[in-house]
Design a protein around this ligand. Structure first.
Ligand SMILES: *Cc1c(COP(=O)(O)O)cnc(C)c1O
Length: 515
């Protein structure tokens, strides 16, 4: 089976679940049902007479299957996905940590799961309490003064945060034009600045992968609205001159935005609010263990200093004069709403469960374990892979494919090969400041045993790159589908199924015809 597809004897190797699976439409046969109803004991109603034109007659081909066929279909499909409950995701910058079951247990409590956003405030005190307690906890963790929980993702938080920056400068009668962004930034940062109407000025990193402070000093002027900085940076390095960076910006009236997606390295150890940050977002789906990726939805709260508080999106949770909690909408300087209702409430519940289950000492330990795990991998793989930045790593470590590229094996090849060993790929080719980057973030979730398996697999892959480069270049070999044509998959995805012979009436759209 898979064994001859490996050089040596890896401790962990996997063949993916490989059952062929037709589409539901292809399995369908007329008359099958997944239900059986009791005989009608009331007069039947003609739906067309009742609903007129609103009745849809253009449903086209609908699959007809029994219950067990549907259950098996979706269960099999679910096994094709890699998942955090199956194994490790060493995806750097993404913080793919375990989603503890206690989060789910709490989120499923009836009063929480079935609360309705239109419920009167008097019946929503518990939910408002969850929002307020989470807000207080996040304010304490970040050292900021105020927060909105509304944004639905990290990038959405960036957008909201930069809207606050814009509103702030406009309120001073001094709209500024540009935002500085280091070359190591996550791609969402320049995109956010541009979407908010700013010019993006690129700030070069120094040899340690940090902000070049002298260059920053030269670039900041009266037209600079803010610097958007990820700290620790995307190479997992803490900006040791962060106080100085904040001072340089503030001296020119500019603000410091922190992309807080990497807070997993800081929680319980240091607080952005204490080192000069004016506004930042958090990713509850990273640092605070709510589901990430397909399991989302995400949540990207934005915390800010007092000077930005008047501009926060509405509504915000307040304690009223009678001691009850309520929602305040009347805030004349607000940037407006960025999301329906109050944000992804279910994620607030999970994040708060995680925070309370850990407590302050547990959160601090989490940070320490995440940093320890990354440094363990760094120590074990240094030498096997090139380490471009020697600066001390925090929660993630970035190697490069320099040593393997000599044999024509690139980071993308090794990332795909890792799939054959039963791991999700690390982050390939990012950050852009490292040519052939291999970015690994183990998170605190992984045990030493699991880390050793990953290290073993990566060492084997490095050996394969020496002895049998083609094996790596053509991987993965054990998956259901092998190398995809990524360009065609991105540019011409096939997004819908069409009946081979379509009975009338049928839905046809022109886009689908081309594909
Ligand atoms: C993940 C991430 C983002 C974007 O967060 P999304 O929730 O994916 O929109 C922004 N910056 C950094 C550094 C990140 O790691």
């Amino acid at each position: 089976m898979a064994v001859e597809k490996f050089v040596g004897t890896p401790k962990k190797a996997t063949t993916h679940t490989n059952q062929n699976e037709d589409l539901m439409f292809e399995k369908s046969s007329p008359g099958k049902k997944a239900y059986r109803l009791a005989q009608l004991d009331v007069p039947s109603v003609d739906s067309v007479a009742l609903l007129g034109d609103s009745v849809r007659t253009d449903l086209g081909v609908m699959p007809e299957l029994s219950e067990i066929e549907i259950i098996r279909h979706f269960t099999r499909l679910s096994t094709w996905n890699y998942a955090i409950d199956l194994g490790m995701y060493p995806l750097g910058s993404c913080t793919m940590k375990y989603n503890p079951r206690v989060n789910e247990a709490v989120a499923r409590l009836e009063g929480i799961a079935e609360a309705h956003p239109y419920q009167p405030e008097s019946l929503s005190q518990g939910c408002l309490g969850i929002m307020q307690t989470l807000s207080d906890a996040l304010i304490e963790i970040t050292g900021m003064d105020a927060i909105t929980l509304q944004p639905a993702a990290g990038a959405h938080g960036e957008f909201t945060g930069i809207l606050l920056v814009r509103a702030y400068h406009e309120s001073k009668g001094n709209p500024r034009k540009k935002i500085l962004i280091p070359d190591s930034a996550h791609g969402t940062n320049p995109a956010t600045a541009a979407v908010c109407g700013y010019e993006v000025a690129n700030l070069k990193s120094n040899a340690q992968g940090m902000v070049d402070v002298a260059e920053l000093e030269r670039m900041v002027d009266e037209d600079t609205a803010a610097l958007m900085l990820t700290n620790p940076s995307t190479i997992g390095v803490f900006e040791s001159e962060i106080h100085k960076i904040a001072d340089i910006l503030h001296a020119k009236g500019a603000l410091l935005y922190m992309d807080g997606a990497n807070m997993n390295a800081l929680v319980g150890k240091t607080r952005p609010g204490d080192f000069g940050v004016d506004v930042m977002h958090l990713n509850l789906h990273k640092t605070f263990s709510t589901p990430h990726g397909g399991g989302g939805p995400g949540s990207g709260p934005v915390a800010c200093k007092k000077i930005l508080e008047p501009f926060l999106p509405t509504p915000i949770v307040v304690t009223k004069s009678d001691g009850k909690l309520g929602l305040e909408y009347n805030r004349p300087q607000t940037v407006g709403r960025v999301r329906i209702f109050y944000g992804n409430f279910g994620m607030f519940v999970r994040a708060l469960a995680y925070i309370l289950a850990n407590g302050p000492d547990g959160l601090r330990q989490t940070t320490e374990d995440a940093v320890l795990n990354a440094n363990y991998i760094r120590a074990k793989l240094e030498g096997t892979f090139d380490l471009p930045y020697k600066t001390q790593s925090l929660h993630e470590v970035v190697f490069s494919d320099k040593l393997q590229a000599k044999n024509g094996v690139k980071t993308g090849d090794m990332g795909k090969r890792l799939i054959d060993y039963g791991f999700h790929a690390y982050t390939v080719s990012f950050p852009l400041v490292v040519q052939g980057a291999m970015m690994i973030e183990p998170t605190e979730s992984e045990s030493r045993e699991e880390l050793d398996l990953l290290i073993d697999a990566l060492k084997q892959i490095a050996r394969e790159a020496e002895e049998n480069p083609e094996l790596v270049q053509t991987s993965p070999h054990t998956t259901r589908v092998q190398r995809l044509d990524e360009t065609t998959a991105a540019r011409k995805p096939i997004l819908r199924w069409r009946a081979p012979v379509a009975p009338e009436p049928v839905l046809v759209d022109t886009a689908a015809k081309e594909w």
